[in-house]
Structure formats: C-alpha cells, structure tokens
Design a binder for this molecule. Structure first.
Ligand code: KG4
Ligand code: ZN
Length: 336
C-alpha cells in the first residue's frame, strides 16, 4: 500500500508517502521556524496561513520526486488533532479534497498515535511496550500491548517536558524552539553546578510535574550576571537537561518494570534529545529491554509518522467520512 500522509497540527507543514511493500517513507517538511522565531512561539494565525500557502505545492513536489500520481496511492492519512485548530483544518480540508478528487479512502489520525508509530519507521516494534511520549504539548506514559491499543498510565500535572525546555531557552535568550539549542549547549556544560529539583521522581504516582523545575531554573538564571557568561549558560542547560532526563527515565523504567514490558520506546519532539536517547539506551541495555531510538527526523512533527499510522488504520479496514472534523484536544484512544 502507498499512503499519503499530511501533518499540519502546529508550525511544520509536512507531507510524506509511506510504501508498506518497500517499507520506505519519503518525507518533506516546510519549516515555519523563521516565521515564528521573532515572536518567541508559534502564532496560530500565521501558522494556518503558511500551511495554506505551502501544503499543495509540497504535495506536488513530493509526488513528482517519487514519480507518483494521486491515482497510484491507496489512501490518504491526515492529522485530525490535537493541535491548533486552524492549522489542522488546512491539512484536513486538503486531505479531503485530494481524497474526493482521486476517489481514495481517507483516515484521520491522532497526532500522538503518529508520534508513537514513528518508531515503526525505524525498527520492527517489540510489543507490549511502555512508550514515553514527550513533545511540546505532551508528557505521558502509555502502555501499548499492540498497535491500536494505548493505555494511558499517567502524564504531566502541569507543563510538558518540551515546554520546560522551550520556556527556559526563552529566559536564556535562545531561539524558538529551544529544546534543540539546550541539547547542543548542554554538551559543553558541567554537571551539578546548580541544585535543581527532580519533581515527583520519588513519588509513587505515575505523574510528572515540570512547573516547579521551571521556577527553580528561572531563579538560577535571574541570579546570573548580565550578559550571561558562556560557561554559565552551558552549565544551566546541562543541569536543566539532566534534571528533566532523570525524571523521564526514572518514571519510564518504573512503569516498564511494574508491567513486565519487554520493550520501551520514546516518541515526540523531545525524543530527539541526545542525552535522553543515550540514557534510555544505556538503562534499557542494562535491564535487558528492547529499545531503538527513533530516527531524529521522525521525532519532531513529520508526515511519515502520520502515513505509517494511516497504513495501519487502512489495513485494518477503517475509513473516515468527508464530514470528519478536526479537534484541538482529545486523549489518544484505542481502536480495533
Ligand atoms: O513533537 P513536536 O515536534 O511538536 C509537538 O507536537 O509538540 O515537539 C516539539 C518539542 C519542542 O518543545 C522542542 O523544543 C522539543 O520538542 N525538542 C527537543 C529537541 N528537539 C525538539 N527538546 C529537547 N532536545 C531536543 N533535541
Ligand atoms: Zn508533535
């Protein structure tokens, strides 16, 4: 099957074709980072307009690059939510129009299922597994007995891990999104200089909280000389990243052990973080658990993951009507 994927839930316009016969994905992304950087965050109206301008030309380029016509496809998968509603509507309307024009089946995909199944683009997933979903808007642990079944074990009580990275980066004067910059600068930082908390790490609940850590790091930053000396900047990045990764890894392995899962996975933009990937890999190896970090390209928002999720839905016989609506928020639910 050849599935066209469309992803426009936030600030990246992305289209992809996933071919289940060759197990190959071709993925294109038109980034809006420069457009939003000036505002220190995503401006929803600007995002929708940019999707509108970029989406169809991107589909054209992709199909030409892959030497495909719409008629060669077997279905269209499009992110239906959660995300910015205007941005989502651009992708959804385009997906519907293409499906109607080429008489193709359409499926709406939950963005978080896409992030989880991005792992299937990198490796054959070992299931059951516990998946740590860490993105700009989500920090959740999910038990996944098989594809299509997602049991939420717990999540953040306040900010997402990505927000903790991005908001700290903003305080440090780094560009948006800040996660990749903190990842890069933390490599030059010395560990343990600032005493940052590991919120809820020792708490029995399957829950995260990053707002206290955000306040703690803000107080540290406010106490630094101006302009902030380079080494101080690197050390703050290092300690913030260490604190976030300690909590994420700690909670993931507690749940994997409790459930006796043979595998763990990472999903979402923060899964691109080098230290998080290395840390999970080392601990999974030590515990004899299967783990393959998802390719960095498939961690942040992309349409290949949506096409992959679409392939699973379409292969299971699911079709959505052209009345399908987008949604700003909704928990990931199981299907089949
Ligand atoms: O999944 P994603 O692309 O968009 C959402 O669905 O939210 O995740 C974006 C988040 C941002 O907060 C960004 O700073 C973070 O992922 N991120 C990273 C890294 N790359 C992206 N955080 C830490 N280290 C990275 N290398
Ligand atoms: Zn995402």
């Amino acid at each position: 099957m050849k599935i066209l994927g469309i992803e426009t839930s936030c600030d990246d316009t992305s289209v992809a074709v996933y071919d289940s016969d060759t197990h190959r994905a071709a993925n294109l992304i038109s980034s809006q980072v420069d457009l939003h950087d000036h505002f220190g965050g995503v401006v929803p109206e600007l995002a929708s307009r940019a999707h509108l301008v970029n989406l169809l030309p991107l589909v054209d380029v992709l199909l030409r690059q892959e030497d495909l016509e719409l008629a060669d496809l077997d279905g269209i998968a499009v992110t239906a939510g959660p995300g910015l509603i205007g941005a989502l509507l651009v992708g959804l309307s385009t997906g519907k129009a293409l499906a109607l024009a080429a008489d193709l089946p359409l499926v709406g995909i939950h963005h978080i299922e896409g992030h989880i199944l991005a792992n299937a683009l990198t490796c054959e997933m070992v299931l059951p597994a516990v998946v740590l979903v860490v993105s700009g808007g989500h920090t959740e642990l999910i038990h996944m007995p098989r594809v299509g079944v997602y049991e939420r074990l717990g999540g953040t009580l306040d900010d997402a891990a990505g927000e903790a990275f991005d908001k700290t980066a903003k305080l440090l004067g780094l560009p948006y999104p800040g996660g990749p910059h903190i990842d890069r600068l933390a490599r030059k930082g010395r560990p343990g200089r600032f005493d940052l908390p590991r919120p809820l790490l020792k708490d029995d609940r399957c829950a995260f909280s990053f707002s206290g850590l955000k306040t703690a790091v803000r107080l540290v930053i406010e106490g630094l000389p101006r302009p902030i000396p380079e080494q101080d900047l690197w050390d703050v990045c290092r300690d913030l990243q260490d604190a976030i990764v300690d909590v994420l890894a700690g909670k993931l392995f507690v749940q994997a052990e409790r459930l006796g899962a043979p595998a763990v996975y990472l999903a979402g933009g923060v899964a691109a973080n080098g230290w998080l990937r290395d840390r999970i890999q080392a601990e999974a190896d030590c515990r004899g658990l299967a783990f393959t970090p998802p390719k960095p390209l498939y961690c942040t928002d992309n349409a290949a993951m949506i096409a992959m999720a679409g392939y699973h839905h379409l292969a299971a016989g699911r079709r959505d009507p052209l009345t399908l609506d987008s949604f700003a928020r909704a928990p990931l639910s199981s299907w089949r």
